[in-house]
Design a protein. Structure first.
Length: 289
């Protein structure tokens, strides 16, 4: 029965993708040929509206068909007219929809840092590109040292997104660990946390450096699954069990304004200390479950 539910869920996900993905692709072509910065910005706002409806329709059928067991804290004081930075741990593709359940239309259109390979996903990859999601290379510190020009392209992608945030409010979602948590990855990293991978600080530091004056706050999200090995397929089959989302809003502190994470050792050390403390607190919250 659960497998049948999963197949129906995949069908519904496909239908909503076709329903809203096709007009989004049409507007993508319009954006490509639209002259002038202001007109392209207007087309981007229309693309955002289409994407928000796409997300909303998926949440509607998931709420009524899957009836997920969600315990979600929604912080007070959120606004769609202000920018936000959302930081979360990462367990499953389901995380994205849990975040949407809590934050959809309460904050601006979300932007995720995506792996470059995802641009080839049919319809969805092109939609993400049209919506100006930054596509990043997954590189180790050693690879970045050997190929600094590729690392610089990732920085430029982040800079382009942040420049757009000066023209329209956006919400930047960052799964700071860079990949989904598994026990094998935790062991390979030698992670000091019981329930988390090591946080990657560079992207968050760059966003705060470029956008701290545009952000209303930092939304710190902690996700817990009763299922020790959650999966998106399990979620689509309706057998994922309880999912808990705890949130709190943190201020953008004065020292985050104008920091130089890349070139200033003291700025880098201070930022690492801040995000490691954040992750230690998150690990302690997860331990209570």
């Amino acid at each position: 029965m659960s497998t049948l539910r999963g197949i129906v869920s995949l069908l519904l996900l496909t239908l909503t993708t076709l329903l809203w993905g096709l007009p989004l692709l049409l507007m993508t072509l319009v954006k490509l040929v639209t002259p002038g910065h202001r007109l392209r910005l207007a087309v981007l706002k229309l693309l955002n509206a289409i994407a928000l409806n796409w997300i909303g329709l998926n949440l509607w059928w998931m709420r009524h068909w899957l009836k997920p067991n969600l315990e979600i804290e929604i912080p007070e004081g959120l606004s769609r007219r202000q920018g936000w930075l959302v930081l979360s741990n990462h367990r499953s593709w389901t995380d994205i929809f849990v975040l949407f359940f809590a934050l959809h239309r309460r904050i601006p259109m979300p932007r995720f840092f995506l792996k470059r390979a995802l641009i080839w996903v049919p319809i969805v990859g092109l939609a993400w590109w049209a919506l100006e999601y930054p596509f990043m290379r997954r590189m180790t510190a050693e690879q970045r040292a050997r190929h600094p020009h590729l690392a610089r392209r990732d920085q430029e992608a982040t800079e382009r997104m942040c420049r757009r945030a000066h023209e329209m409010p956006i919400a930047i979602f960052n799964f700071v660990e860079g990949t989904r948590f598994t026990a094998a990855k935790q062991a390979a990293q030698g992670s000091p946390y019981r329930h988390l991978l090591r946080p990657r600080a560079g992207g968050v530091a760059q966003v705060l450096n470029l956008l701290s004056d545009q952000l209303a706050g930092i939304i710190d999200v902690t996700l817990h699954y009763d299922n020790p090995n959650p999966s998106f397929w399990g979620y689509l089959c309706g057998r994922e069990g309880r999912i808990v989302m705890q949130t709190r809003v943190l201020p953008v502190e004065d020292w985050m304004h104008g920091g130089n994470y890349q070139d200033n050792a003291s700025d880098k050390e201070r930022f690492h200390s801040w995000i490691n403390t954040l992750w230690q607190q998150k690990d302690e919250r997860l331990s209570r479950f």
